[in-house]
Design a binder for this molecule. Structure first.
Ligand code: 7RM
Length: 635
């Protein structure tokens, strides 16, 4: 029997060692015993990071949707696969069983085929968080079309860039979407985007908000009538292990977005295996990840990982603040959520509201709390632990990336003792390395450096769509024979990892290497502070000095900013040392963030460097307006 489900720490170490000593045997056993293959592989792994080229399960044939749907029908046909929780809490939730999912995915797949979509074609999915989003994604996978999901909050420009980069021939969208008490005219955004996308032949439109939209004859079709007349049966396309499953764009620090290409077999095996262990999912648990399917977290841990395990996964259309900031907790209570997975930015926003709304609901179903997307600061960690988990649910601080496909460094709940702000230990099969600027690996514990991965893992992205050269330069050129993550990390005295932030955030003050995360942690401890971001700026004597952007819990905070600044610097001096004190502190109404909630330190750094005319494209930000106000009040 393979070690599919890890239950205690000793077992973790034993399985981990095996996965490093004999990676091929290890992954072969996992793949063999827990998945459905049309044909087995001829070779488990071949790799060469200098090209770079990585192939897992070469020669195997499969379809990921048969693993996520068909194979569960005999034992879990009536089990709920997806719970759809709508934006409006008074609307009814929808429960989609595995049987119904099978039928709806087949219908959708048959519609795609009838519109001429075939294996290898790219299909852009620009759909809000409604069941059609998951179903469209799975339908593409079923017929071997490569899906490119674009977050349905992106602008028409961002959308057209992504459509053209991979030559999508079809766009799937909706008439509009709900977001709290607002509606968004999605079809209007698509129409505008398509003015510069000559390759798109058809647009399929789901009806969600019943708005009046224009439909271009011959190009645009309402989805529902097509689905209604499509067959509920259909065979899955048989795919090669290394056939691309999807493209997902991630923004680089420069240049156009990178279309990360993920493969079929390796991605499936790794997302399923991590899901099972990182969330300790047990049959009949109800699992909820609050991410949007437009991000990798939604791909891997709303759709593929959970469904490959026959799990019940929640798909939430709304936002944490509508109709009030108790919405998340209301949903946990209503659906008796067992595993809850969200981002530090959401936790901080909710913590800002106090504890009254959390206490109003029964959260006793919770067993595991997850965090992803950014370093979780110490304050937020404790708030989450105490008020949501009641100190009984372990927090899994999961570090990973769009490029890695699955969770890489993480505690396993009830197995790995947690430590606030630490992602703790590498997951099974993952070989991290910390490197210094000279390209030497820092061995042993209590070291800090650039985080790399030394050995391939099944779900790593195989290339950047259209530019293998850029893939090589971005990830495999900084250090010989290593995948470079772009993040900094430290390893503590017991070998636990803490992610200190993007390496471009590392600031050298008077020769001391300072990560942003620990300083922000100290600042956030101040009771008046909601969020903070630290960047460096040039300084005559120190080389670099620290510039802090800070938002307060109460925007009308009466205490004067001078006193607050003093208190904050005192906290930093106490927690880290006087070396980490801030030279400049600017109180702002908000921090610029990506749509997935990451603080854009790059923009703040440019402002601190007085490079205001060179901010790059800020139109895809969650809150582009805040940038101008920060510039206007710059110190
Ligand atoms: C899953 C996701 C990737 C970047 C990554 C880090 C940061 C993600 C954590 C984290 C500290 C974490 N994919 N990051 N998780 N930093 N602790 N637990 O977010 O491609 O959108 O972003 O996010 O910098 O490189 S992503």
């Amino acid at each position: 029997m393979s070690n599919y489900h890890i239950k205690h720490l000793e077992e973790y170490y034993q399985v981990y060692r095996k996965s490093i000593r004999e990676p091929e045997n290890f992954w072969e056993e996992i793949a063999e015993e827990h998945f459905l293959w049309r044909k087995k592989w001829t070779n488990v792994l071949s790799w060469d990071f200098s090209k770079p080229e990585v192939k897992w399960f070469e020669g195997a044939k499969l379809n990921i949707t048969e693993n996520c749907i068909d194979r569960h029908l005999a034992t879990r046909g009536d089990k709920t696969a997806i719970i759809f929780e709508p934006n409006n809490p008074t609307d009814k939730a929808e429960y989609i069983s595995y049987k119904q999912l099978y039928e709806r995915v087949n219908q959708f797949a048959n519609v795609l085929k009838s519109k001429g979509v075939t294996k290898g074609d790219r299909v852009c999915i620009y759909v809000p968080m409604i069941p059609e989003l998951a179903i469209a994604t799975l339908a593409c996978a079923r017929i071997g079309a490569i899906h490119s999901v674009v977050f349905a909050g992106f602008s028409s420009k961002a959308l057209s860039t992504r459509i053209n980069d991979c030559d999508c021939k079809m766009v799937i969208t909706a008439d509009g979407s709900y977001r709290g008490n607002k509606t968004i005219d999605l079809k209007g955004v698509v129409d505008e985007a398509l003015e510069s996308c000559p390759g798109v032949k058809n647009v399929l439109v789901a009806k969600r908000i019943n708005s009046k939209i224009s439909m271009k004859v011959g190009r645009d079709f309402w989805l529902q009538p097509l689905l209604d007349s499509a067959s509920k049966e259909g065979n899955a396309e048989v795919m090669d292990a290394e056939d691309p499953l999807f493209i997902l764009y991630t923004s680089g620090s420069t240049g156009k977005p990178k279309g990360m290409v993920h493969s079929s077999a390796g991605y499936m095996v790794y997302t399923a295996y991590t899901f099972k262990n990182v969330f300790q999912y047990k049959e009949n648990d109800v699992y909820w990840c609050t991410a949007d399917i437009g991000w990798i977290t939604g791909h891997s841990y709303i759709i593929y990982g959970p469904l490959a395990n026959g799990a019940t996964t929640v798909l939430f259309e709304g936002v944490p603040s509508y109709p009030n900031f108790g919405r998340f907790w209301e949903i946990v209570d209503k659906h008796k959520i067992n595993q809850f997975y969200t981002a530090p930015t959401a936790i901080r926003a909710l913590a800002k509201q106090g504890t009254e709304l959390v206490e109003k609901y029964n959260l006793s179903s919770l067993k595991v709390l997850g965090s992803v997307g950014e370093p979780i600061n110490e304050e937020a960690w404790h708030w989450y632990n105490e008020n949501v988990g009641k100190k009984k649910s372990p927090i899994v601080d999961t570090w990973w990336q769009t490029e890695t496909g699955g969770i890489m460094i993480t505690p396993i709940p009830y197995v790995t003792p947690t430590k606030p702000t630490y992602a703790t230990l590498p997951f099974i099969g993952i070989q991290p390395a910390l490197m210094n600027e000279n390209g030497d690996e820092l061995k042993g514990n209590q070291v800090e450096g650039r985080l790399c991965i030394k050995f391939p893992w099944p779900s790593m992205a195989r290339t950047i769509w259209g530019s293998h050269q850029r893939y090589k330069e971005t990830y495999f050129s900084a250090f010989d024979n290593m995948y470079f993550t772009g993040d900094g990390a430290l390893r503590d005295e017991v070998g636990y990892y803490r992610i200190t932030g993007r390496v471009d955030d590392v600031i050298i003050v008077s020769g001391h290497n300072l990560g942003t995360a620990p300083i922000e942690d100290a600042i956030n401890e101040h009771p008046a502070v909601a969020e903070s971001a630290i960047v460096g700026f040039p300084h005559d004597i120190k080389g670099s000095a620290l510039y802090g952007y800070i938002t307060l819990k109460d925007a009308g905070e009466s205490r004067n900013h001078k006193n607050l600044s003093k208190e904050i610097n005192q906290l930093i001096a106490d927690r880290i040392g006087p070396i980490a004190k801030l030279d400049k502190i600017q109180f702002t109404e908000g921090l610029p963030k990506t749509r997935s909630g990451k603080i854009m330190r790059r923009i703040l750094r440019k402002i601190a460097h007085n490079e205001m005319d060179n901010l790059g494209d800020i139109s895809t930000l969650l809150n582009p307006d805040v940038v101008q106000s920060i510039i206007d009040n710059k110190l």
